[in-house]
Structure formats: structure tokens, C-alpha cells
Design a protein around this ligand. Structure first.
Ligand code: SF4
Length: 585
């Protein structure tokens, strides 16, 4: 069972997608563990549940892991104990295996070849099968993470060098993995054959550095060298850096959501600064869904760059609507004091004076469950906003991610179960525009090298086990029992748009209605190798009947006028025919 503060932490983040992890490594520097600590500091946005560092000292590898932020886990005394010339670090948000210190990383083991430490960003899609195979051969697992599988694969008898054993072992892994590994001689960096998660190489005072994101290089003073290529292992030792291609060329499928949401705006991925990509997302959004308004505000932090881009393109002034509380930590408050609205306010405080009596465009990076956005819109209306036009800098998120992003199950994704018109009605906005798939790809530089499966359902690596966070725990329980004993979509209140926008929106809505089911774009970067699993759920009595394309179009163009009621009395409405927890999860 989770600790109360941990429960609160989860509640606070509910409705927001979360990244699984960040990794960092450095070799050949006398302040290796201290620099690893600062690297984790820079990567903290990728995981806040636990942090850990393993360093190579004179007596071998020594590690320290703990629950919480890097700044909470490490003290100067602990870092002193981790003195050495090489180190790897890890910050974790759990996507496979529960949140407890046993699952914290890096994993440090002694095995036949000596010592080995591993930090993993991503999710394996064949973890259950691999674990079963390894357990059947005698492996004893200490944690419920998929990452531990990697050290057990390495521990199998193998006649060859460490480099060969690693290349052989990672060929067994399917899914997303960017790894940092440390032995007494070598720092290794590995990226999966599709390059789903980023991993970059930098250099500092002649020492090589590996990091999930380049923002960590900036903090420690390292210079960017290049990205680790998909299907590549780099071995870094006193002899320098050696590259091995362990997998044949596969289609690159970099997670496009890194650009939209996860990566820090000051990180460079594939040669593109995320801040500039996000501004371009905002510009595209303004072109696809223009609107007459008085002010553009953004949901910080990841919506800010897109908000600026929207403002620049539309000519509508940008201003700060929210102030972020940067000091929300795991031990902030008792969960019993927290209701839904307070959870929203704890992180971001709306300044009513910035929206009162104004027509407001609010730019956000995504809508996942819809619950957080719902509260934000109520807050804007209560603060006196005359109109609220919501713009989302990516397409509707309709499919879960199996590669290391903790989206809820498909049935909890609001866009998987509801039309854009229904979402707009539920949120009580005057207009709602999602960026098109084509627009998003264009803003990210174009090309066919992205994973976009959460938008269109074409998974670049076949999903062998539709995973959930507790998949390893459930698989273990089952085994114990078995033993003898792309298109732009929008909803618009027509009256609230200028003529030019009305025409564009109507065309888009017609297009939306004609493609009510998500499809794979013919020019898609990532051809589907397996269809996404359909959401399994029972139909509720109060759920609207499925619409034909024609009916959906009609619904989009003639919304039910229940905005005021919805905004003023959300709790009452949620108990009724469209109860928020029931209908929207
Ligand atoms: S499914 Fe979405 S979040 Fe997951 S890797 Fe692909 S683009 Fe990224």
C-alpha cells in the first residue's frame, strides 16, 4: 500500500501523462558522482519517485538509491561515499513495477563476471515472457521492474567478452530502452533499435557523458557530441569510445511526445531545440484554428512555448495566466485536505485579473483523462473569462503507450471514448481545437521517423503483452497460483468564431465526422505492425449511443446549450447524465 504522501503525489499528477525515467552516466572524471547528481537534477522532470547513483570507486561499484527527488535522496556525505571516476544515475517514475525502494535504480548486482549496474528508461513489451523464461532457468528476481531482466540476461553463461554478452543480451529485449550500464572498466550506453527514447553523448574535460536529455549537459558544463544511434551500443573506457551496432537497421520511431510534452524545452533532440519545436506547434495550431480573442495564456510549463507560438502567429497578445508553485514536493500536504480543485491549484495558481472580462485562448499540451482540464476551465469561468477557447498542441490521445509513458488505460483516455464535440461540451469551452497529426509532424521537422502510436494506434514494436504498471506483480501472482500449490479535430461554438475561422472549423469538423474512428495516415511515419487492443468495458446505461459520422457531424455543429449550468455546478452535473467520474474517468 502506498504511503499517504505518495498517494497524494499520484493524485496530484492524475490526468497528466508521466515519463518513466531519466538516465545519466559519466566516465573518466574525478567528480563523477557529484556530476551525476547534478545530471539527475536536470533530468528530475522525467521521474520524481526515486533517484539513485552507482559510482565506481577504488573498491568497486558502490550505490545509493532512495525514494523521492534527487535533492532529497542525496546529501553531501552520501555523495562523498560515492567518490570515484565513473558513475551512472537514474530518476524514476514507475511504469512497470510499483513505486518502492526495491524497484529504485540503478540496479547493482554481483555476478560471475564481477559487478554490474544498470539504469533503464523505457518499457519492455516482452518482459513477462522473458522473466518467465529466466525464472524457469533458475533466476531469482529481487524487484518487479522489467529493467531487472537485463541483468539476469547478462548473468547467463556466455563464452565471450562483456561487450559481446551485452550485444547478445539486448537483442532479446523488445520495446523501448535507453540504458546506461557500469562495470569496473566500462560505461556503456544502449539505445533500442527504433530509438524510441532519446540518449545523447557529451564530453566534459575529456570525460564522456551520457544523458537522456541534453539539458543535463548544459548544467554540468558538457558539450554535446552526438546522439546514440538506434540499435547502437557505445562502450566508454580508458581507451576511449567504441561503437557497436547490435541490431540491423530498423525504422526509427522516436517518441514524438518527447517534443510535445516530456523533454525540457531547453533540450535538443535530433538536432531540434524543444522550445522552438513547441513554438512551431503553437503556430500550426493558430493556423489550423484561428479565433478572435483578447489574450493567449498557456498551461505551464510544457504549454508555454506553444502558447507563445500561438500568440506570435495569431497576433493575440500572450500573457501569464498561471503562476507555478515550484516547491510542490512529495511531503507537501496531507491527502485528506485535498479535493479536486485544490489539487489543480496547488501546482498552478490562476491570476483572475489576467482573464476577467476577456476572451481567452488557453493553450495546453494534451488532454488525457480530461479531469484536470475540466477543473481548469471551471476556474477560468469563475474568474470571469468571457469566452474560453481551448487549443491543444497535439492530436487527441486515443491509445495507451506501452513504451514507457504512463498514460492511463485506453478506457480512461477521454478521446478514446468520446467525440471532440462531447469533450468540448463536457469541458464547457466555447471552442476546442486539437492540432492535426500532419501539423504536429510538420512542426517537429517532418519525416517518417516518429512513434505516434498514442494518436493513431500503429505501434512500431508489436505489443506482446499489453502492459500495465503492475504487470510483473500480476504475472508473479498468476504463476504462484499455477504452481501445484491524423486529422485535425475541433469543436467550435460557431457564434464565437470569425467568418474565416468558421469556414475552416466547419471543414475540419466535417472531416472529423467522416473519420470518427482513428485511422493510420497513408504517409504515416510508422506503419502499424499490430492493431491497438480495443478498450474493454461494459456500456453504461447513461452513455450516449454510438454516432454515425453524419450524427456526429450534427452533434459537433449543434451542441447542447448547457454551458452555464455545467460551469456553475460541476458537481451536480457530474452526478447526472454525464457524471464526470463515470463518463470521463
Ligand atoms: S505511444 Fe505516444 S507516448 Fe508512447 S512512445 Fe509512442 S508517441 Fe511516445
Amino acid at each position: 500500500m502506498k504511503e499517504p504522501t505518495e498517494r497524494f503525489h499520484h493524485q496530484l499528477a492524475a490526468g497528466q501523462p508521466r515519463e518513466s525515467c531519466g538516465v545519466f552516466g559519466i566516465h573518466g572524471h574525478p567528480r563523477a558522482s557529484e556530476l551525476a547528481f547534478f545530471g539527475l537534477y536536470a533530468l528530475q522532470h522525467r521521474g520524481q519517485e526515486s533517484a539513485g547513483i552507482v559510482a565506481r570507486g577504488p573498491d568497486g561499484l558502490v550505490g545509493h538509491n532512495g525514494m523521492g527527488l534527487a535533492g532529497d535522496v542525496f546529501t553531501p556525505d552520501i555523495l562523498k561515499r560515492l567518490d570515484g571516476s565513473a558513475a551512472i544515475g537514474h530518476v524514476r517514475y514507475s511504469t512497470t513495477g510499483s513505486s518502492n525502494v526495491k524497484n529504485a535504480q540503478p540496479i547493482l548486482v554481483d555476478y560471475a563476471r564481477g559487478q554490474l549496474a544498470v539504469g533503464h528508461n523505457g518499457n519492455l513489451v516482452n518482459a513477462v515472457a522473458l522473466r518467465k523464461e529466466l525464472e524457469d532457468c533458475g533466476s531469482i528476481f529481487q524487484s518487479t521492474t522489467d529493467s531487472e531482466i537485463i541483468v539476469h540476461l547478462m548473468a547467463r553463461p556466455f563464452n565471450g567478452t562483456f561487450e559481446q554478452a551485452l550485444a547478445y543480451s539486448v537483442q532479446r529485449l523488445h520495446g523501448a530502452f535507453s540504458l546506461v550500464m557500469l562495470t569496473r572498466d566500462v560505461l556503456a550506453g544502449v539505445r533500442d533499435p527504433h530509438g524510441i527514447r532519446p540518449l545523447s553523448i557529451g564530453i566534459l574535460d575529456g570525460a564522456y557523458v551520457l544523458s537522456s536529455e541534453t539539458c543535463a549537459f548544459d548544467l554540468v558544463g558538457a558539450k554535446f557530441v552526438r546522439d546514440v544511434e538506434p540499435g547502437e551500443i557505445v562502450f566508454i573506457s580508458d581507451k576511449g569510445i567504441q561503437s557497436v551496432k547490435y541490431a540491423p537497421q530498423a525504422r526509427k520511431a522516436l517518441c514524438i511526445f518527447e517534443y510535445v510534452y516530456f523533454a525540457r524545452p531547453d533540450s535538443v533532440i535530433d538536432g531540434r531545440l524543444c522550445h522552438l519545436v513547441r513554438k512551431e506547434l503553437g503556430r500550426e495550431l493558430a493556423r489550423e484554428f484561428p479565433v478572435s480573442a483578447d489574450v493567449v495564456i498557456a498551461v505551464p510549463d510544457s504549454g508555454s512555448s506553444a502558447g507563445l507560438g500561438f500568440s506570435e502567429e495569431s497576433g493575440i497578445p500572450f500573457d501569464f495566466g498561471y503562476i507555478r508553485n515550484h516547491y510542490v514536493g512529495r511531503t507537501f500536504i496531507s491527502p485528506s485536505q485535498v479535493d479536486r480543485d485544490m489539487k489543480v491549484k496547488v501546482k498552478l495558481n490562476l491570476m483572475p485579473a489576467m482573464v476577467k472580462d476577456k476572451r481567452v485562448v488557453i493553450v495546453d499540451d494534451s488532454i488525457i483523462r480530461g479531469t484536470t482540464t475540466f477543473s481548469r476551465i471551471i476556474e477560468l469561468k469563475k474568474a470571469g473569462a468571457k469566452e474560453v477557447h481551448l487549443r491543444i498542441s497535439c492530436p487527441p490521445t486515443r491509445f495507451p503507450c506501452y513504451y514507457g509513458v504512463d498514460f492511463p488505460s485506453q478506457e480512461m483516455l477521454i478521446a478514446a471514448r468520446h467525440t471532440i464535440a462531447e469533450i468540448a461540451q463536457y469541458l464547457n469551452v466555447d471552442s476546442l481545437g486539437y492540432l492535426s497529426l500532419d501539423g504536429m509532424v510538420k512542426a517537429c521537422g517532418g519525416g517518417t521517423h516518429f512513434c505516434r502510436a498514442c494518436y493513431e494506434g500503429g505501434y512500431p514494436v508489436p505489443i506482446e503483452e499489453p502492459s500495465q504498471k503492475d504487470i510483473m506483480e500480476r504475472a508473479r501472482r498468476m504463476r504462484e497460483r499455477e504452481r501445484p500449490a491524423g486529422v485535425a479535430e475541433a469543436y467550435v461554438k460557431q457564434s464565437s468564431l470569425p467568418q474565416q475561422a468558421k469556414t475552416a472549423a466547419t471543414a475540419q469538423q466535417a472531416k472529423t465526422a467522416a473519420t470518427a474512428q482513428p485511422t493510420v495516415d497513408a504517409a504515416s511515419a510508422v506503419a502499424p505492425t499490430r492493431a491497438a487492443p480495443k478498450p474493454r468495458r461494459r456500456k453504461r446505461k447513461d452513455e450516449p449511443a454510438a454516432q454515425t459520422p453524419a450524427e456526429e457531424k450534427a452533434a459537433v455543429l449543434t451542441p447542447e446549450p448547457q454551458a452555464e449550468r455545467h460551469a456553475d455546478k460541476p458537481a451536480k452535473k457530474r452526478k447526472g447524465t454525464s457524471s464526470e467520474p463515470d463518463l470521463f474517468g
